[in-house]
Structures are given as C-alpha cells and as structure tokens.
Write a protein that binds this ligand. Sequence first.
Ligand SMILES: NC(=O)c1ccc[n+]([C@@H]2O[C@H](COP(=O)([O-])OP(=O)(O)OC[C@H]3O[C@@H](n4cnc5c(N)ncnc54)[C@H](OP(=O)(O)O)[C@@H]3O)[C@@H](O)[C@H]2O)c1
Length: 265
Amino acid sequence: MTGVCVAGATGWTGRAIAQSILDSDGLVLRSAVSRSAAGRDLGEAWGGPAVGVVVSTDVGVALDDVDVLVDYTSAAAAKGHALTAIAAGVHVVIGTSGLSASDFDEIDAAARTAGVGVVAAGNFSLTAAMAQAAALLVAPFLPQREIIDYASASKPDAPSGTARELAERLGEVSRHPLTISVAEIGGYPEARGATIGATQVHSVRLPSFVVSTEVVFAQADERLVIRHDAGGTPAPYVAGTLLAVRAAPGRVGLVRGLDTLLLQG
Ligand SMILES: NC(=O)c1ccc[n+]([C@@H]2O[C@H](COP(=O)([O-])OP(=O)(O)OC[C@H]3O[C@@H](n4cnc5c(N)ncnc54)[C@H](OP(=O)(O)O)[C@@H]3O)[C@@H](O)[C@H]2O)c1
C-alpha cells in the first residue's frame, strides 16, 4: 500500500484527487492538509460522512507513514511543502501552478540529494500531455511560435501552469529570435506578451474560460495550431495525478510533465 497525503484536499482539484485515492486500490489516504479545515475529519469538511482522515494545517505534521505528498494548494505554499516532504524522504507530486524554473531546479537538487522522486506537471490531463508532446515534436522544425493562454477572469496567476510549462520546455528544444524584438516595439511593447523560454506568452482572462492553451507555430505562408481545452470539472486531472503518485516512488529527482512520464514508460 502506498500512503498518500493530499495538500489542498478541500479545494476544487484536491478534493477530486483525495476522493479518487479513497476509492482506489493500492493507495491509502493517510492525511490531508488545508488551513481552514485543520483539525477536522476530511469527509466532514467536505460536508459528508467522516472518512477517517484528519486534516492538518501543516504538511510537516501530516507526513507520518506517508510515501507520497500530492500538492494542489497555491504557488506561495507548494515549494515549501515539496521541500518539507523531500527532507522527510517523502516522494512528491506537484500539480500546483506558479512555480518558476529556478524553483524546480531547487526541488530537483533537493530530491536528488534525498534520493526521492518528484513528478510535476502544469497540467495532469492526458490530452493536455499529448498536446504538449506534439508541440515539443514540432518545435525543432518550426521554431517560430507564440502561446495564447485562456482562463477564467478569477484565475489569480498568469500564465497558467500549462502555458508556463509548455513555454519553458519549448525553450529547451529550440530558441528563435523575434523578427522585431520586444524592446524595439513601438506603442505598448507589453502587448507582445511575456517572454518565457524564448516564447511570447499572451494570457487572456475572461469569464466562461476554464483553461485553454494554444500554441501557434508558423513559417512563411502557413501555420500550425495545437490547442487544448479543459472543461469545467477536475475529472481530467485525476488519472494523470494518480499515475504520477504510483510512479514517483520509482524515480530519483524531478520528472517535469505528464508527457515525459508517459513517454519514458
Ligand atoms: N496540474 C494540473 O493539472 C492542475 C489542475 C488544476 C489546478 N491546478 C493548480 O492547482 C492549484 C490549486 O487549484 P484549485 O483550483 O484546486 O484551488 P482551490 O480550490 O483554491 O484549492 C486550494 C486548496 O489548497 C489549500 N491551501 C491553499 N493554500 C494553502 C496553504 N498555504 N497551506 C495549506 N493549504 C493551503 C486550500 O485550503 P485552505 O484555503 O483552507 O488552506 C484548498 O484546500 C492551483 O495552482 C491550480 O492552478 C493544476
């Protein structure tokens, strides 16, 4: 049995992950983390019957008999949670968005030193992973690209974890200078977006969007668009997260991207 702690278990995504762990074979939900439900039974915090899992406010005290920490909290908390778990010899799955490439470098170094595995993905849905894998396949042949990231008006971070991970990973595959650099742009240069991994990223925040990510590749007289659209429930992220929970104990260091995990086998 693999013991799991879910940080963010009262949230939109974490609740679905925690419920699927309660329902799964081979995984056991040992603990949960949330500030507002601290000290309560997780099931009762969800408004239902008790499930026998106590919610803690602090990851450090929730890791007893835990093999894997899953984090779906906030960018401000996730790195600290991951480093606490790694220091305790606990493997980590990071679904939370908003961590930088240097945060991931630090997490990777700590995980290698501790001999534990970390799987992080800006998007744990299978179709998003396939969209990312396709984009990485295209990038060496069509290096000119831009990313458009669509999300709800209330999303507190930009770009989305999906768009950020895609931009950073495209930057590892190919880098192509802009025809006109952002510094040379007249008018409002910021309208050219953020430069991440040598890719311009444009974040649109409007009601009715959940998370959609579009990468546009182009060369003279032709374009290729790869787009992923998520619906309004956390269901797409559950299977990929559980796959990562099962895979993390067999790894040492950071695996970034569900596509990497799937393609490595
Ligand atoms: N990788 C993916 O596939 C994927 C998919 C969906 C979402 N996400 C990302 O996952 C994160 C969570 O998204 P969500 O929509 O589920 O958010 P949410 O509904 O706001 O849930 C956040 C959860 O984290 C807890 N939390 C927040 N800060 C905390 C802290 N400092 N210490 C302990 N617990 C804390 C919250 O409980 P309290 O407020 O009570 O502490 C709550 O349980 C975001 O970064 C989002 O972008 C990633």
